[in-house]
Ligand binder design. Sequence first.
Ligand SMILES: Cc1cc2nc3c(=O)[nH]c(=O)nc-3n(C[C@H](O)[C@H](O)[C@H](O)COP(=O)(O)O)c2cc1C
Length: 196
Amino acid sequence: MLSVIQNRRSIRRYKDTPVPRELIEEIIQAGILAPSAKNRQPWHFVVAAGEEKKSALTAMKQGLEREKASPVLPGDRDNINGAEHTLSIMEQAPAVIFVVNTQGFDIRSSMAPEERVADLCNVQSIGAAIENMILTAEGLGLGSLWIGHTYMAYDELNQWLNTEGELLAALALGYADEEPYARPRRSLAEVVDWRV
Ligand SMILES: Cc1cc2nc3c(=O)[nH]c(=O)nc-3n(C[C@H](O)[C@H](O)[C@H](O)COP(=O)(O)O)c2cc1C
């Protein structure tokens, strides 16, 4: 198995050291090489660092406060603390890459089955791109965190992004300042059903 797959961890503590632009470009290039349904390449990346990152995270903070008072995701109230923790990690990371689904639907929209299938395929494609990116980061000696808590500040971050499409995820990036243990995985026997 590739060592980057084996050694990668979600990193939640980062050093101050900035990440050189060339490395961020190499990581995004690896994302671009991912397969995508019908080669639609339904992704767009917004790299935020320094003052711009601060401004994005102010938007996210406002979203989390708004979510407490008037939630878009009422069933997700228990996740506010987790989202605030994720926000503090994003504050610490020297760079955050926001990943936009250029053909995405607003999370509140209902979809026809054909749209749902296209959406599932686009989301799989973008997931493949993000996986390429986090493995490349690992290979370059960088830590990363794949972030979905951005959904809790969906409108505020989409407004900050001000770009075509819908926010899907974010990726915190930087030099790791921790060595997390490997989180447990379910075994082959638990997850595979052989029909041979
Ligand atoms: C789609 C997705 C969203 C995630 N969102 C978050 C998040 O918002 N905050 C966080 O701390 N970790 C987040 N994670 C990281 C997972 O918690 C982590 O991958 C999992 O616990 C396994 O640990 P490992 O990545 O170190 O193997 C996310 C992972 C994925 C794939």
